[in-house]
Design a protein around this ligand. Structure first.
Ligand code: NAD
Length: 374
């Protein structure tokens, strides 16, 4: 299986092309067709949001209102009333409201091109496979699934159905994260060899995130995955090994069957290392990468917006943008151009291999776990 390092770009191809003035991410934009003017679309691709919880409602729906190549045309929801209210409010046909049991009927609905899966982690696999079987392209939120085996089943289902599968890695379209990869590939600045990152928040209330059967794990699955992913982007590589240790629980009565906080180390080819943390009892979100020639530091590395980046050559700022709109448009463009997704299922699977390795190490007293991607 082809395991990408940066989206759609193998390490060899990335390095080969990094001398192009445009840099890997600008190259990526061309390869992935993120330029909305490249192929004039006949129509916008119709998107059905599956699972109308906080991320779908608070981020994806508003982002869809700003996309150039996508539009909200339907929903899959367990609540018919909510579905009807969305159809009315966001101006799509009431016939485009499905529930989780009727979504196979999407097969007969030409309004919907893409199903965007935004349900609890352990439900992603079933929902993605159903959407693919209904002949729809799929975008699936992170983490892709709760096991590598499920990732394989999802990739296979989309492949059999000849449909595109993308993961909701919105930060690939954030200019700060793109700049980080450019700097890593710049021989006058990179490579980065010493990395660190933390991501977490104080989780309140009872919700699916603390129930292993629905979440597949604690903050590593939810927040730590961003640090895993950023470390791979900043090294333009996949780690060869991990070691990990769960922190003692301050609230064992809440975090009964998932970790409360976890520390782990990723080892990359060539000797780069990343020291990482995640937590459900601490608010943080920081990423740092340095090498012999330069460093970058993100005080709030994983936000939807309002980021800033400090570097050894001075601070960097970009105009505000909406990551999710840029991401969905790039995916839509790749579908229209019949090209690989910018954030394919294989990238989600790669992260699940790393996460399984981290959990295996933590369960074995911090033993070093070598990672195998095939
Ligand atoms: P949420 O709890 O707010 O929403 C979950 C939705 O799934 C709800 O509409 C709920 O009704 C539905 N659902 C269907 N079956 C369910 C079941 N058996 N149990 C519980 N809910 C069920 O969660 P969320 O924060 O919107 O997260 C959803 C997914 O999106 C997760 O995989 C999460 O990791 C991901 N997410 C991604 C980002 C990002 O920045 N990319 C941000 C937040 C969440």
């Amino acid at each position: 299986m082809n395991t990408p390092t940066t989206p759609g770009i193998s390490r060899r191809r990335f390095i080969r092309n990094s001398s192009l003035a445009a840099s890997a991410f600008a190259l990526g934009s061309r390869l992935w067709g993120a330029d909305a003017t490249a192929t004039p679309p006949v129509k916008k691709l119709g998107v059905a949001l599956l699972g109308l919880g906080s991320y779908a409602t608070g981020q994806l729906r508003p982002a869809l209102a700003e996309t150039k190549l996508c539009e909200l045309k339907g929903v899959v929801t367990g609540s018919p009333d909510k579905g009807a209210a969305w159809a009315k409010k966001f101006n799509f046909s009431a016939k485009n409201v499905y529930n989780y049991d009727t979504m196979d009927r999407l097969a007969d609905n030409p309004d919907i091109d893409i199903v965007y899966v935004v349900t609890p982690n352990a439900l992603h696999a079933g929902h993605v496979i159903k959407a693919a079987k209904a002949g729809k392209h799929v975008i699936c939120e992170k983490p892709m699934a709760t096991s590598v085996a499920d990732c394989d089943a999802m990739i296979a289902a989309c492949s059999v159905a000849k449909r595109s599968l993308s993961i909701g890695y919105r930060l690939h379209f954030d200019p700060y994260h793109q700049k980080m990869v450019n700097l890593a590939a710049d021989p006058n600045f990179g490579p980065f060899t010493k990395l660190s990152g933390e991501n977490g928040f104080t989780l309140g209330g009872d919700q699916w995130r603390i129930h292993h059967p629905l979440s597949g794990g604690g903050p590593l699955m939810d927040m730590g995955i961003y640090v895993v992913h950023a470390a791979c982007m900043a090294t333009i590589a996949n780690p060869v090994a991990v070691t990990a240790k769960e922190r003692p629980k301050l609230h064992p009565e809440i975090f009964r069957d998932v970790e409360e906080a976890l520390d782990w180390t990723m080892e990359f080819p060539g000797g780069a290392t990343a020291e990482c943390q995640t937590s459900y009892v601490k608010n943080y979100g920081h990423f740092h990468a340095e090498g012999a020639k330069g460093w970058i530091d993100f005080p709030s590395a994983f936000n939807y917006g309002g980021m800033r980046m400090n570097t050894s050559t001075g601070p960097i700022t970009f105009p505000p943008m909406r990551q999710q709109s840029a991401h969905m448009d790039a995916i839509a463009q790749s579908i229209l151009d019949k090209k690989d997704s910018p954030t394919p299922g294989e990238l989600g699977r790669r992260d699940m291999v790393i996460i399984e390795g981290i959990y295996a190490s933590a369960a074995n007293g911090g033993k070093r776990v070598e990672l195998k991607y095939t």
